[in-house]
Design a protein around this ligand. Structure first.
Ligand code: EPU
Length: 420
């Protein structure tokens, strides 16, 4: 098992490019199931989660591969018999596997997908995905740990989500594109990745309007065709790189981003004292040695993203003053806090809120990653800490960041991957 070893204290300088967005790539790869033929995707990040989604698709009988280890091109071919089933062994390693549910039932009339259990950051039920599919006429049964959904032909309907859910919105949207008639979805997630999926589905021949707002309308069509598409940049990876610049007191240009997808983070970084400028499709972060404390409340897009909470907490742990960080999306997303304590951070948790008293400096120590964004937060803290920080359980990091240590090293960080 690999670990990341960091010697802190280098201010980061230079330019770096964001990779394609994990949370757009996953539903988009699943959407290939909706058409016969081969879809081609570019700018697909080389991540463990993407490899898992390709494996889920292969298990069903698709030809789903990356062209080669060094390319960002993936192809998914649906050219023969499909077994519409996602087994427990794969779903338990990546809950986003559940994104095949909507396309399978819409296209093949049947889906058998293992129920994802809870995960490190929360219980994460899928009741809203199921509610949406039922509203389109699917019969849903839960047996032996699997969701079985069947429908001869889905019919358009009205879906009013009780909870705003990103993958729930995506799953139901993928089902509704092949339903007969019109579907109205209300209280939808407005994340850019939902909008991106709708863009891809429309390129395939779907008729979706309103994606990116809370009301989405879909006119069902009889069939879709395969597509070629380049995945949009990863706003969370890009944000993590901006915070790396900020925590190290550096000056970094993150190229190939969509600046308007990152407004909530940029606003907080500016409030903390960073100078953020837009340079074409890049964002530059120039930071002083020490930042001011700012308060953060995570909410759905366009609010401050929960996927940046752990990274901002690392930054706030060395700010001047006290920062109050409230996590409103997941009930257990503070697993990085005890590890940040090991580096000398002063953080108290009170229910869904963390109170972070900025300290002058952190000191390096061995720490353990507990989930994807927690890993990123520990690496960021390690960049600032005096001495050596070893972050173990790096497989969490590899689920969602493409060669993060190489990108940071190219910016001047003293960081390397080692066999633990
Ligand atoms: N929820 C329900 N019922 C449902 C669905 C969700 O109660 O049927 C609750 C969840 O328990 C949670 C809240 O609604 O409290 C929001 O969850 P959501 O469904 O939006 O999360 P998700 O779709 O499972 C995606 C991202 C996550 C990101 C969240 C929130 C993908 C593949 N994953 O998860 O990404 O944190 O939205 O923005 O898109 C990450 O990349 O590190 C990551 C965890």
């Amino acid at each position: 098992m690999d670990k990341i070893v960091i010697k802190g204290g280098q201010a980061l300088h230079g330019e770096v490019q964001a990779s394609g967005a994990k949370n757009a790539a996953l539903p988009i790869l699943a959407s290939a199931l909706l058409a016969d033929g081969t879809s081609t995707y570019r700018n697909v990040p080389a991540l463990a989660d993407v490899a898992t989604m390709l494996k889920v698709l292969r298990t069903m009988g698709c030809d789903a591969e990356r062209d080669s280890e060094t390319t960002d091109v993936c192809r998914v071919g649906v050219n023969g018999h499909i077994t519409p089933e996602a087994p427990y062994d794969l779903v338990k390693t990546m809950r986003a596997s559940v994104l095949v549910l909507g396309p399978l039932v819409a296209r093949f009339g049947r889906a058998r997908v293992s129920m994802p259990g809870g995960c490190a950051i929360g219980a994460r039920p899928i009741d809203q995905h199921l509610k949406g599919l039922k509203a389109l006429g699917a019969d849903i049964h839960l047996t032996e740990g699997y969701v079985e959904a069947t429908a001869k032909q889905l019919k358009g309907g009205t879906v009013n989500f009780d909870v705003i859910t990103v993958t729930g919105t995506e799953n139901v949207m993928m089902a509704a594109v092949l339903a007969q008639g019109r579907t109205l979805m209300e209280n939808c997630a407005r994340e850019p990745e939902v909008e991106e999926l709708a863009k891809v589905l429309n390129k395939m021949g779907a008729r979706i309007e309103g994606a990116g707002t809370s009301s989405i309308t879909i006119e069902g069509v009889d069939g879709l065709k395969p597509v070629e598409h380049a995945i949009l940049p990863d706003r969370i990876e890009a944000g993590t790189l901006l915070v790396a610049a900020a925590i190290s007191g550096g000056d970094v240009l993150v190229r190939r981003v969509v600046p308007e997808h990152m407004d909530a983070l940029v606003e907080k970084l500016r409030e903390a004292g960073c100078t953020i400028t837009t340079e074409g499709s890049g964002l530059r972060c120039k930071a002083p040695q020490r930042l001011d404390a700012v308060n953060i409340t995570t909410t759905e897009h366009p609010g401050f993203p929960t996927d940046m909470q752990a990274q901002l907490m690392a930054l706030m742990s060395v700010s001047q003053g006290t920062s109050v960080i409230s996590e409103n999306i997941f009930e257990n997303r503070f697993m990085h806090v005890p590890e940040l304590h090991r580096l000398g951070a002063d953080i108290t948790i009170q229910g869904p809120t963390a109170v972070v008293k900025g300290v002058k400096g952190l000191s390096g120590a061995p720490v353990m990653a507990t989930d994807l964004r927690a890993s990123a937060s520990l690496i960021l803290a390690g960049l600032r800490a005096e001495g050596r920080t070893d972050v173990s359980r790096v497989y969490h990091l590899d689920r969602g960041y493409e060669r993060l240590e190489r990108k940071l090293s190219a910016l001047g960080a003293d960081i390397r991957r080692e066999k633990a």
